[in-house]
Design a protein around this ligand. Structure first.
Ligand code: PLP
Length: 397
């Protein structure tokens, strides 16, 4: 007998991937410019020049060095460069020893859950949430507890969160800038969250970790910046990747940061190393460790996404759609025009609009538009969005 849980995960592709696969097939059938695929979070802008330059430079390195294993937690020099970059930006005093490099934010999160959670302990997620959280938490034998975000603005609802925390809570996961909503948690939200978690640690007499999932950290608009989460709450672990900020999702590189301020930080760090070992997430792709070392301070280009966001929101305003104004990431959270989000997504598909139903993120009634697409896709989708809205308006008359 094989492991049926793993079989289940492997044989049931996520709704997002399914929609993306449908889009690829449909583009073959009717032409790429006729399908408006807003399904996936694949960055649409190229990686900055420093990446190509670094690749060229390292290609000439002696092969034995270029292709050799690094230490399990990553090259010292790369971890040190990351530490210095964050120290400059956020006024911290991190060193290489605070970082574990691994394969993107996905592996970082999965390693954190495995490192922290004992069987039956709870990890709280704020819904709507990135669906893989549940998969990773359950694989670590934890229990995934969903707490709805505040309905008015999708910030954290600290009262609801307070009611969900229990003596079994091991960690809370937050993601800001957020997939799927695009919200960026304010300082006020993070302060309230931190004081709640401190009070609950005191009440239950054990650590409650905050896992801050930040692959969209630099993708913010309108002159705001995402606050640095560890400065609010000591027991914070940060999971980061360059998948979105430098458009390197296929190169699978990211880090877990365990600051010294975390209680018994050395033990926690070693547990991350242990989880990396148990899961086989050791020695992240070394070529890209070196590339990151060169590009760690490369400015993040948000211009194309900012333009897309502006075009899309004006179009939706004009057509009368409701949405949550996004401050970050590259997603727009739009109210479905009927209660059943999947039915709405199916209806949109008939207009060649590929919008992900909110059911995928644990809530009903919304769809996610990924606007990491070309500006043309947005411009050309106008008629489809208009026809979809008109169809619902007619049905209501
Ligand atoms: N967390 C969130 C919220 C994401 O949206 C994604 C990817 O889309 C990930 C984690 C995984 O990122 P990575 O590609 O770096 O593994």
């Amino acid at each position: 007998m094989i492991n049926e849980t793993m079989y289940g995960l492997g044989s049931a592709p996520s709704a997002i991937r399914e929609l993306f696969a449908y889009g690829l097939a449909r583009k073959q059938e009717i032409g790429a410019d006729k399908v408006f695929d807003f399904s996936l979070g694949n960055p649409s802008i190229p990686a900055p020049d420093c990446v190509a330059n670094a690749i060229r430079q390292f290609a000439d390195m002696p092969a034995a060095e270029l292709h050799a294993y690094s230490p399990a937690q990553g090259l010292e020099s790369t971890r040190s460069a990351i530490a210095q970059s964050l120290n400059k930006r956020y006024g911290c005093t991190y060193t290489a020893d605070n970082f574990y490099l691994t394969m993107g934010a996905a592996a970082c999160l999965s390693a954190c859950f495995s490192a922290l959670v004992n069987p039956g302990e709870e990890v709280v997620v704020i819904s709507p949430y990135f669906p893989e959280y549940r998969v990773w938490i359950e694989h670590a034998q934890g229990v995934c507890v969903e707490v709805p975000a505040r309905s008015s603005d999708f910030q954290i609802d600290c009262e609801a969160l307070g009611n969900a925390l229990s003596s079994r809570t091991k960690a809370v996961v937050i993601n800001s800038p957020n997939n799927p909503v695009g919200v960026v948690y304010t300082e006020e939200t993070l302060k309230a969250l931190a004081s709640l978690l401190r009070a609950k640690q005191e009440e239950y007499g054990h650590d409650i970790y905050l896992i801050s999932d930040e692959p969209y950290r630099e993708l913010v608009y309108g002159g705001i910046a995402a606050p640095w989460v560890p400065s609010f709450y000591a027991n914070t672990l940060v999971c980061y990747s360059w998948s979105k900020s430098l458009s390197l999702p296929g190169d699978r590189i990211g880090y877990v940061l365990v600051p010294d301020e975390v209680n018994e930080s050395k033990r926690v760090y070693l547990a991350i190393c242990g989880a990396g070992r148990a899961l086989g997430y050791v020695c992240a792709p070394v070529f890209f460790q070196r590339v990151i070392e060169q590009c760690v301070d490369a400015p993040v280009n948000t211009e194309a996404y900012a333009n897309n966001r502006q075009k899309l929101t004006s179009m939706l305003d004009e057509l009368g759609y409701d949405y949550i104004a996004p401050d970050g990431a590259f997603y727009l959270w739009v109210k479905a025009l009927e209660d059943d989000a999947q039915a709405f997504s199916d209806r949109a598909k008939q207009h060649e609009l590929l919008l992900v139903s909110s059911d995928s993120f644990g809530v009903t009634g919304w769809v996610r538009i990924g606007y990491c697409v070309s500006a043309e896709t947005i411009a050309q989708s106008y008629d489809a969005f208009a026809a979809l809205k008109a169809e619902y308006d007619r049905a209501q008359r």
